[in-house]
Design a protein around this ligand. Sequence first.
Ligand code: IPE
Ligand code: IPE
Ligand code: MG
Length: 259
Amino acid sequence: MHENFAEILEPDSEEAEMLSQIDLGRLPNHVAIIMDGNGRWAKLRGKPRLYGHKEGAESVRSILDTFARLEIKAVTLYAFSTENWKRPEDEVKGLMEMLKYYINKEIDEVNENKIRFKAIGDIKGLAEDVQREIHDAEELTKDNTGTKLSVALNYGGRAEIVEACKKAFEEISRNGGSIEDFSEKHIEQNLYTHGLPEVDFMIRTSGEMRISNFLLWQVAYSEIYVTETLFPDFRRKEIFKAILEFQKRDRRFGGVKQN
Ligand code: IPE
Ligand code: IPE
Ligand code: MG
């Protein structure tokens, strides 16, 4: 068995069997996850929505632990969209409190796992205490060389592209260039994901077949995987299942398959 999993998986377990089927040389480089279905998960159990969000936080732990062990280069998690402010005040408040609590509680373990943490999105639009927690976590982990974790908070894909264009135009005009010099490269360089590998795998839990304004530019050639599993149930076994599915895909990038 992969040595990083030896301490946590029973040799004959179903998960160990799944792991043995994964080709470790062909893992996705950058996985983006739309973490959806916490509310439905709670509702099914007659509990308040925040209870679902708390269980969802455990799935985040499982994802980070599994990805760090697999040595996946980058993961970007959609945690709060610019549209999520529309939710009832109590839920928004609860989510922000949770965010602070979990960053604080988990960051030492994240750091020990050599994960580099970054928040992406309009972070200045978050409360100051949340911003401080984010800042401290980013500082603590900034030199880590393991999995690069980005958490999308107050994030919108269209807004990200608009911001990237603004920065690009500023740069071009500063250098005396004109609109004709503007290219895809200028957008790429000003996205939050600059410097990370291409998003090659996008996962959405809980069955919805939409992107909900997540990484609109980056998803151009991502493999998309939608599972009916609700996010609080998306743990190691489901992660392995998703990766196995990724490895069955035939990525053509507009070309034709060789052989
Ligand atoms: C996703 O779960 C978590 C966030 C958007 C913060 P939801 O809260 O959207 O759960 P459903 O979609 O209502 O089940
Ligand atoms: C997408 O889930 C946003 C996050 C996971 C943070 P939503 O539940 O907000 O998306 P819609 O409303 O189903 O499009
Ligand atoms: Mg939802």
